[in-house]
Design a protein around this ligand. Structure first.
Ligand SMILES: Cc1cc2nc3c(=O)[nH]c(=O)nc-3n(C[C@H](O)[C@H](O)[C@H](O)COP(=O)(O)OP(=O)(O)OC[C@H]3O[C@@H](n4cnc5c(N)ncnc54)[C@H](O)[C@@H]3O)c2cc1C
Length: 453
């Protein structure tokens, strides 16, 4: 039930997962809610599109979740879409070394073994490193286990690579083990990621609960998440205006009073949830706020790219749902045909390249050629199959980069302007740029609004 339909609305700026999560809570909390999204569809960094040439639904980037992403999982439940994700019964990642042709699994022994012992067996048997190197991993895991919250925050000034080297890890161990975890979760390599952020990921995913890292894969296009969430937001009574950007927020005597749209309209507000990436958020903030605490901090963020290579093969080249490949041109491969239950003799496979600073600069043909030859080296069946179609999606500002020193700049939902809250995967959720972080941030911003307006 809405409190008072004549109240000026709380405006949510941005229809990514953060904005959608905020709008859902506000509307269900009885507030008149109005969401603006500049594009003609919601979803932000997580969307699907139809490739008209091949009549296939692809995602801008392959997304996965993990069982420890409880806010995102709860959000899917609330919008009635929990079944779109299929979780592994226990973590199991096949890691292929194209150089040796060998595969080895990073796999959990399951719940009877307390974390981190559930992973001990597979690390002990990890064939891509020698025995001494595997023992070194154990040493770092043990050290990480004892790090408390305060100590972890202290680590933010250092890169994870520095921390790892200080705990006996060599370049080879970092490249062939630690970066398999850090690249896809933090979207950069250990050398570029804050030790505090990397330790948060490892502790949450691997050291607290034996099921936490079970991987969840989407059975259908990712766009369905935003479409369904948007429908729920509207069903809860909110208005959502797609294809309309907000140009600026108007501030009078320390309160947000209105937003001005790209179409020249002034919309009076009772509050604003600003759910945009940092640089875009800065652009709509009133000039007088941009240099003030905490808003100046938004200018301190940098971004990291992701490149996805969707390839249609003439015959199946892999049986598993996904695998990791120790080749920077391939990284993680997803069997889209199997995940989405597509039948037919061909197979769509997606290579997801995180921290793709080099690939983002390359021509599409070169990216495809490199991925294709990497896959042929890694997978025997790919040597006998042809690539029938290829589609490259470059996301140059895919995520914020959790670089050393960034923690201090990740501001919370509440701001000194009582009726202006911040949301977005980059805010102070503790998580790297993930769907989990976006949902948590949106919910925190809505809670701040519900408490203050
Ligand atoms: C290729 C790729 C792969 C990824 N893989 C994973 C993964 O496997 N697992 C995972 O958990 N996360 C992954 N992520 C990260 C995840 O998608 C993001 O962290 C999350 O979606 C960010 O949501 P957000 O709402 O904070 O921001 P955004 O998604 O950036 O939403 C901001 C929205 O605001 C809109 N907007 C901008 N300016 C204005 C304006 N002036 N007025 C109105 N609207 C405006 C934008 O169009 C956008 O829709 C991936 C991201 C990418 C790009």
């Amino acid at each position: 039930m809405q409190r008072n339909l004549d109240d000026a609305p709380i405006v949510v700026i941005g229809g990514g997962l953060a904005g959608l999560a905020a709008a859902l809570d506000l509307a269900q909390g009885g507030r008149r809610t109005l969401l603006f999204e500049r594009r003609s569809f919601a979803g932000g960094k997580a969307f699907s599109f139809t490739d008209p040439q091949h009549d296939v639904v692809l995602d801008n980037g392959q997304h996965l979740t993990m069982r420890c992403c409880t806010a995102f999982d709860g959000f899917l439940r609330r919008i009635g879409l929990r079944e779109i994700v299929r979780y592994q019964r226990a973590l199991n990642v096949r890691v292929i070394d194209p150089g040796s042709g060998m595969g080895s699994n990073i796999a959990s022994l399951g719940a009877p073994f307390p974390a981190p012992l559930h992973l001990a067996w597979s690390i002990f048997n990890y064939r891509h490193l020698d025995l001494l190197a595997r023992a070194r991993i154990g040493r770092a895991v043990w050290a990480m286990r004892g790090i408390g919250e305060a100590e972890r925050r202290e680590l933010d000034r250092r890169s994870f690579e520095e921390w790892l080297r200080g705990h006996g890890q060599t370049g080879r161990v970092i490249e062939r083990f630690w970066d398999l975890i850090i690249l896809p979760t933090c979207n950069d390599s250990s050398a570029n990621v804050s030790a505090a952020q990397a330790v948060q990921v490892c502790q949450t995913g691997f050291l607290r609960h034996p099921r936490a890292a079970d991987i969840g894969l989407f059975r259908r296009g990712l766009g369905e998440v935003a479409d369904t969430a948007l429908a729920r937001v509207r069903a809860a009574g909110a208005e959502a205006r797609l294809g309309e950007r907000v140009e600026r927020i108007e501030l009078v005597e320390g309160r947000a009073t209105a937003v001005h749209t790209g179409g020249g309209e002034r919309v009076a507000v009772s509050g604003v949830v600003l759910a945009l990436p940092p640089q875009q958020a800065l652009a709509v903030l009133p000039a007088e706020l941009r240099l003030r605490e905490p808003f100046w901090r938004l200018a301190q963020f940098t971004t990291s790219p992701i490149v996805n290579v969707h390839l249609k093969w003439s015959a199946p080249i892999m049986r598993r749902d996904f695998a990791a490949v120790l080749d920077p041109n391939v990284q993680f491969i997803f069997n889209r045909s199997r995940l989405h239950g597509w039948s037919g003799p061909e197979q769509w496979v997606t290579c997801s390249l995180s921290g793709a600073h080099e690939a983002i600069e390359l021509a599409q043909e070169e990216i495809v050629a490199r991925a294709q030859s990497g896959l042929r080296r890694a997978l025997r069946r790919a040597r006998e199959a042809e690539v029938l179609a290829a589609r490259v999606v470059k996301e140059s500002e895919a995520t914020f980069r959790p670089a050393p020193g960034i923690l201090a700049h990740r501001v919370g939902a509440r701001t000194p302007i009582a009726n202006l809250a911040l949301a977005g995967a980059w805010t102070d959720t503790g998580w790297p740029a993930t769907m989990e972080s976006a949902v948590r941030s949106g919910q925190a911003a809505a809670a701040a609004m519900l408490a203050t307006t």
